[in-house]
Design a protein around this ligand. Structure first.
Ligand code: 13P
Length: 341
């Protein structure tokens, strides 16, 4: 059982491949569709995701796994093929978001606790039967005046570790995602300091809850300044600080680290990953598990129109290929410019 789990984790971070986070909740996908003027109906959500899952080159060569939302893992393509099967046919692995979202935390104004542990063992079994071989849970840590507090970080780390233990028991690889948000005007040093603390607490909890590190994938934020910070950082500084904080806390038994994009522009997310891999001498694989940074371009190209499917697939494939090159440390601005040829 351990060997099976470890093999899935390794496949998720295979050379030149990364994860597509397509697990937007119904309210989040509505926001994305609003931005492109598309009504968020069940059929439109299906058509949009089917467009990506039928992007053959991207799915076969650059996307090791797809994180799905509950609705999507049960949905069928227009021709009746389960969407899960489209993903599997491309040689990619279906995964599932299992947290129930970050909710205001009692006694901790301005902070959240991610819910969803109750009944999780039963849900994991059902998702396994539906084809999921990995899962995702996101703990959210916001930076602001007086936050995060140790109490909220501890509660979120504990929930992440309990979730991870339940996943492994269900033979599902847990993506452990402690996300330090890049909202706000804090500088890069503050992001470093908070992420340093959060990762320390998370790995302590994973140990306490007996999670096998060989059978997880870590999904962290990069070390970046807040979006509204006066001073932005160079690509080299983000890469150097992110690798330094990860080396401080992530044991080399963890097979891979797949970053979230967190609101970075799609090119920044690619350039940062590439710069980290180019630093070399890393004990784990580094790759992407991007939502917005993989989907912004195809969403814009698609705009809800069937006649735009080919253009949207080309945009998705380009972004996936750029990130694949970045995960190999082979990306360059020249590659980027070859675009949309
Ligand atoms: P972003 O890459 O858009 O941050 O999404 C990744 C994700 O899965 C967040 O939970």
């Amino acid at each position: 059982m351990n060997a099976e789990l470890d093999a899935i984790a390794q496949k998720m971070v295979a050379d030149g491949k990364g994860i597509l986070a397509a697990d937007e909740s119904t309210s989040t996908i509505k926001k994305r569709f609003d931005a492109i003027g598309v009504e968020s109906t069940e059929d439109n959500r299906r058509d949009y995701r089917e467009m990506m899952f039928r992007s053959d080159e991207a799915m076969r060569d650059y996307i090791s796994g797809v994180i799905l939302f509950d609705e999507t893992i049960r949905q069928k393509a227009k021709d009746g093929t389960p969407l899960v099967q489209l993903i599997q046919n491309a040689g990619s692995i279906p995964g599932i978001k299992v947290d129930a979202g970050a909710k205001p935390m009692a006694g901790f104004p301005g902070e959240t606790i991610t819910e969803g542990l109750d009944g999780l063992a039963g849900r994991l079994k059902e998702y396994y039967d539906l084809g999921a071989r990995f899962a995702k849970w996101r703990g959210v840590i916001d930076i602001g005046a007086g936050i995060p507090t140790p109490g909220a970080v501890a509660a979120n780390a504990h929930a992440l570790a309990r979730y991870a233990a339940l996943c492994q028991e269900a033979n599902i690889v847990p993506i452990v995602e402690p996300e330090v948000l890049m909202d706000g005007d804090h500088g890069i040093e503050r992001c470093y300091e908070v992420t340093d603390y959060v990762l320390k607490v998370v790995f302590d909890e994973l140990y306490a809850q007996r999670v096998r590190l060989e059978g997880i994938v870590l999904k962290p934020n990069m070390i970046v300044p807040g979006k509204k910070a006066r001073t932005q950082a160079s690509i080299e500084e983000v890469a150097e600080k992110t690798v330094r904080v990860l080396k401080s806390h992530v044991p080399s038994t963890v097979p891979g680290i797949a970053f979230l994009s967190g609101g970075q522009s799609d090119q920044d997310a690619t350039a940062h990953l590439d710069a980290m891999v180019k630093l070399g001498n890393l004990p784990w694989k580094l790759t992407y598990s991007y939502g917005r940074a993989l989907q912004a371009a195809p969403q814009k190209a698609w705009a809800g129109k069937a006649e735009n499917v080919a253009a949207a697939q080309a945009a998705f494939t380009h972004r996936a290929r750029m990130n694949s090159l970045a995960a190999l440390g082979q990306w360059s601005a020249e590659q980027e410019a070859k675009k949309a040829a």
